[in-house]
Design a protein around this ligand. Structure first.
Ligand code: NAG
Ligand code: NAG
Length: 354
């Protein structure tokens, strides 16, 4: 399938000043992989966002030098990374350029704005905003913010993190203060494969955290299991969890499974950098360098108690879940797959036989 070329109406949808840098020559070696991601998810997006991506077309030519960078990216993985960043960047621009999408935080309905502003953490000293996404190394970033602020001695302090104290939330500021910071500060977030993030939330919250078992688990089992009335909520299955997500309103979900789109609103906020959980260390170093963090601050190692989600674990859970359930759930998370260029989960029978 060939992507459609931008029609003659294309420039009119882009407000003046937005597309200036985009018309330079030199074609990027198109990575079929990343291109496939966009094409694959655009089918679903078409349905969900009423044809928005239909107008996107192929990636425009890549500017010869790319974004200004101190180091030349190495051959091999460097190119792939550049393609990934570029794909994300273009998809976000294309989708967020649509008339119906929010342009600023003030365009958002009050509830969505409240969620966003509660997830934007502020460092006035280093002039940045970090949108935290639970299950994407956010505890470690919060530790770093506390160390930068002098509230914590070292990022390696053991134990779980207090997620509220000694942190500054953009939502606690006045509108002028909010606007100033959104306009002038460096803004970043970290994203993760949506399916892995859901699985990580499921295993952590329902496997380990009593409070979640009681608050959500009991109700989930009661709703989705025959005679599930007397479960303690500690035995929720992954399928029951997915069925629960299907019935939940994305805007009201718990932050551990709310789509990243709704937590961080990448259309209303123009992020300068989107890091990946899949290359956490390197992307974190990039941010630390960019915000000019003191060199003794390093991104923390994983906490010893943390159980990573591996490809095998994901394979196991996906392949032991009804395909229909996963397919029905994808539209809810489709913006996270598309905007951040993650391939939709492979749940073909060939894959599951492996
Ligand atoms: C997208 O590209 C523009 C121009 O190169 C850059 O300024 C911006 O930081 C990029 N955004 C992201 C999220 O990578
Ligand atoms: C899914 O996995 C199978 C087996 O590894 C592979 O043959 C197939 O091409 C994959 N499909 C997609 C859409 O990635």
């Amino acid at each position: 399938m060939q992507p459609r070329a931008p029609g003659p109406a294309e420039p009119r949808r882009v407000p003046p000043g937005r597309s200036r840098a985009r018309s330079r020559g030199a074609a990027l070696l198109p990575s079929m992989l990343m291109f496939g991601v966009i094409l694959a998810s655009s089918g679903l997006l078409l349905m969900i966002q009423r044809g928005i991506l239909a107008q996107v077309g192929p990636p425009p030519p890549h500017p010869p030098a790319g974004p200004p960078s101190r180091r030349e990216p190495p051959a091999g993985p460097g190119l792939e990374l550049e393609v990934l960043r570029d794909t994300r960047n273009r998809t976000i621009r294309a989708l967020c350029g649509q008339r119906s999408m929010p342009r600023t935080v003030w365009d958002l309905p009050a509830g969505q704005r409240r969620t966003l502003l509660r997830h934007l953490l502020v460092s006035d000293k280093y002039r940045f905003l970090y949108c935290y996404v639970p299950k994407v190394a956010c505890s470690n970033w919060k530790r770093i913010l506390k160390v930068l602020d002098g509230a914590l001695e070292s990022v390696d302090v053991q134990g779980k993190m207090d997620h509220k104290s000694d942190l500054v939330f953009l939502g606690d500021m006045k509108p002028e203060e909010i606007s100033y910071r959104l306009k002038h500060y460096y803004k970043f977030l970290f994203v993760r494969n949506p399916m892995e993030r859901l699985l990580s939330a499921y295993r952590n919250k329902f496997g380990e955290i009593k409070e979640y078992q009681q608050k959500y688990g009991v109700e989930i089992v009661r709703r989705y299991r025959k005679n599930g009335g007397n479960s303690a909520g500690d035995d929720v299955t992954f399928s029951e969890f997915l069925r629960y997500l299907l019935d939940e309103d994305v805007e009201r979900m718990n932050e551990h499974w709310m789509p990243i789109y709704n937590l961080c609103q990448p259309c209303a906020v123009r992020y300068d950098f989107i890091g990946s959980y899949e290359r956490l260390r390197d992307d974190a170093d990039h941010v630390l360098e960019r915000i000019q963090a003191p060199s003794f601050i390093r991104f923390p190692e994983r906490q010893a108690w943390y159980k990573p989600v591996t490809a095998q674990t994901l394979h196991y859970y996906l392949c032991n879940t009804q395909r229909r359930l996963i397919k029905e759930l994808l539209p809810k998370y489709i913006l996270d797959f598309s905007l951040f260029a993650y391939p939709l989960p492979n749940i073909t029978s060939e894959f599951c036989r492996q």
